[in-house]
Design a protein around this ligand. Structure first.
Ligand code: AMP
Ligand code: MN
Ligand code: MN
Ligand code: MN
Length: 278
C-alpha cells in the first residue's frame, strides 16, 4: 500500500525545514506520494518538486489557504494545482498582504505586555518575510523566555482572549475554492475537527463548500485525534466527500506527527487520489 502524505509545511511558510530537506525526510520515512502545502504560498514548490523527483517520490503541488467563514479561520488545502496559475498567484499574494498587516498589529499588541522590537524579532524566524505568521511570533516569545515552548505560547498568547490575538479577515471560502479550481486543483477542507463551529455553522461550511465545487476533507491528519479519524471517516461516507491523509508536519522540534507516519485511511473511503496516475 502506498504511503501518501498530502499536508506539510516548509520554511517558505511556518515549517522549519527547507522544501528539499522536507523531501529527503519524507523519502527517508517511506513516503511514496508527497505534497507540499505551505500556508498561502507556492514559492517552495519548484524546489520541492525537483527534490522529490530526484528521490523517486511522486510529487503533488499543494497549498493551504487561510479563509474566514462565519467569523472563524478555516484552512482549505488545494492539491494537484498548477502553481503558476495567475488567479491562484494573485489571490495568494493578496492573502499574504493581509498577513503582513496583521503581523504589525500582533507586534503592537505584544509590545503592550512590555516586550520590544517584536515584529523584527518574529521576522528573524520567517525565511519568507511575506509569510509572517503566528508561529514566527511564538518562536520569538520562546527565544525571549516568555514561554518554554511554541505550544505553551499558543496556550497563553496569540489566541482569542489572550495577548497578541488580532482578529483577522482572511479571504472567503468562495475565492479560495475558485482559485484552486482555476488552477486545476482539488479543494479539501483541512483538519475539520479543529474548528470551534456549532453544528449549524459546520453544516453550512460543508454545504457551501460542496456547492462551490469543493471535493474533499482531511480524515487522517496530524491535527486529529484517533477518535476524530473515525468521526471524519463517517462524515466522508455520509457526504460522499473524498478523504485525504496528511501529517501537517512543521518540523522535528515542533510536530508530534512525522511525515508519512499516520495510520492509513479506512479502506472503504474514496481517497482524494483515487483518479491520479500513481
Ligand atoms: P497563522 O496562519 O499565522 O494564524 O498561524 C497558524 C499556525 O499556527 C498553524 O498553521 C500552526 O502552525 C500554528 N498553531 C496554531 N495553533 C497552534 C498550537 N496550539 N500549537 C502549535 N502551533 C499552533
Ligand atoms: Mn502552520
Ligand atoms: Mn492548518
Ligand atoms: Mn497545515
Amino acid at each position: 500500500m502506498l504511503n501518501i502524505d498530502l499536508h506539510c509545511h516548509s520554511n517558505v511558510s511556518d515549517g522549519t525545514l527547507s522544501p528539499a530537506e522536507l523531501a529527503r525526510r519524507a523519502a527517508a520515512n517511506g513516503v511514496d506520494v508527497w505534497a507540499l502545502t505551505d500556508h498561502d504560498e507556492v514559492g517552495g514548490i519548484a524546489e520541492a518538486r525537483a527534490a522529490a523527483q530526484d528521490l523517486g517520490m511522486h510529487f503533488v503541488a499543494g497549498v493551504e489557504i487561510s479563509i474566514t467563514f462565519a467569523g472563524k479561520t478555516v484552512h482549505i488545502v488545494g492539491l494537484d494545482i498548477d502553481e503558476q496559475h495567475p488567479d491562484l498567484h494573485g489571490g495568494l499574494a493578496s492573502v499574504r498582504e493581509g498577513r503582513v498587516q496583521r503581523g504589525h498589529l500582533i507586534a503592537t499588541q505584544l509590545e503592550l505586555t512590555g516586550l520590544s522590537n517584536v515584529f523584527e524579532g518574529a521576522l528573524k524566524y520567517a525565511e519568507n518575510p511575506s509569510l509572517i505568521g503566528r508561529t514566527h511570533f511564538a518562536r520569538y516569545l520562546v527565544e525571549l523566555g516568555v514561554q518554554p515552548t511554541v505550544s505553551d505560547v499558543f496556550r497563553h498568547y496569540l489566541v482569542e482572549g489572550k495577548p497578541g490575538f488580532v482578529p483577522h479577515r482572511w479571504t472567503t471560502l468562495q475565492e479560495a475554492v475558485s482559485w484552486i479550481r482555476a488552477a486545476g486543483g482539488r479543494a479539501v477542507i483541512a483538519h475539520p475537527g479543529r474548528y470551534a463551529f456549532d453544528q449549524m455553522q459546520f453544516d453550512a461550511l460543508l454545504s457551501e463548500f460542496i456547492a462551490l465545487g469543493g471535493e474533499g476533507i482531511e480524515v487522517v491528519t496530524g491535527s486529529h485525534t484517533p477518535d476524530q479519524f473515525d468521526a471524519y471517516a463517517a462524515l466522508a461516507r455520509r457526504t460522499g466527500l473524498l478523504a485525504s491523509r496528511g501529517s501537517d508536519f512543521h518540523g522535528p522540534a515542533e510536530s508530534r506527527v512525522d511525515l508519512g507516519s499516520l495510520p492509513h485511511l479506512p479502506a472503504d473511503l474514496k481517497p482524494v487520489w483515487h483518479d491520479w496516475q500513481l
